[in-house]
Design a protein around this ligand. Structure first.
Ligand code: DX5
Ligand code: ZN
Length: 204
């Protein structure tokens, strides 16, 4: 299981957080980006996020926006491995998938806690990753929603090879409930004063 660290609710400034994450054993940095369209919040600006250019880690970008293509060129200039948009946020899924692929980035679709996995049926063969939200998108530090493990198992039955990631409320206890390829972990790592100790407790 790979760990993707979200810095959305980090206790430290972005530059220090990136430095600590770069020196840690996490697999990816999870970048939550919001522009007050799909969710009523704004994350750090693109200008702020430019500091990610210094990071050695692969980026796992989670766009909580209504127009993901607006940000494609920015994220294609960073070390973006996965670019994930929300199923609920758009109407032009196929066009978005196509344009992300043409930028040589792997494509993910995220689904909100109340969205059924079978809406993904038309897209599973075209994408690389499904991000299952285990909290409502928008904020770190929320509680893991208990019916999500069943949903993960349903998706695994639908598609044996797609990468599955889960995002929200993951800590050393809830990680045991999810059978995914990637876990996104925010506050459990970035609100701690010893990132590596938390990462080790997730892996054990
Ligand atoms: C929520 C974000 C998450 C969030 C996870 O909208 O997508 O990535 O930062 O934070 P925790 O792990 O604190 O739930
Ligand atoms: Zn996220």
């Amino acid at each position: 299981m790979k760990i993707s660290a979200s810095f959305l609710s980090s206790n430290y400034n972005l530059e220090d957080t990136i430095k600590y994450l770069d020196n840690s054993s996490i697999d990816f940095i999870h970048v939550d980006f919001m522009d007050n369209t799909f969710v009523p919040y704004e994350s750090l600006s693109l200008k702020d996020l430019e500091v990610l250019k210094k990071s050695k880690k692969d980026l796992d970008v989670h766009l909580m926006v209504n127009n993901p293509l607006k940000y494609l060129s920015f994220f294609s200039k960073l070390n973006t491995k996965y670019l994930t948009f929300h199923y609920e946020a758009v109407n032009n899924h196929l066009e978005i998938i196509d344009k992300i692929k043409k930028a040589n980035i792997k494509v993910g679709i995220a689904i909100n806690p109340e969205t059924a996995v079978n809406v993904l049926n038309p897209y599973l063969d075209l994408i690389d990753l499904v991000l299952i939200m285990s909290v409502e998108p928008g904020r770190g530090g929320q509680q893991f929603i208990s019916n999500i493990p069943t949903k993960i198992d349903e998706l695994r039955k639908l598609d044996k090879k797609i990468l599955i990631s889960v995002d929200g409320g993951i800590n050393k206890d809830t990680i045991k409930l999810v059978n995914t390829d990637i876990v996104v972990v925010g506050s459990y790592i970035c609100k701690s004063n010893n990132f590596e100790e938390r990462i080790n407790s997730l892996r054990s």
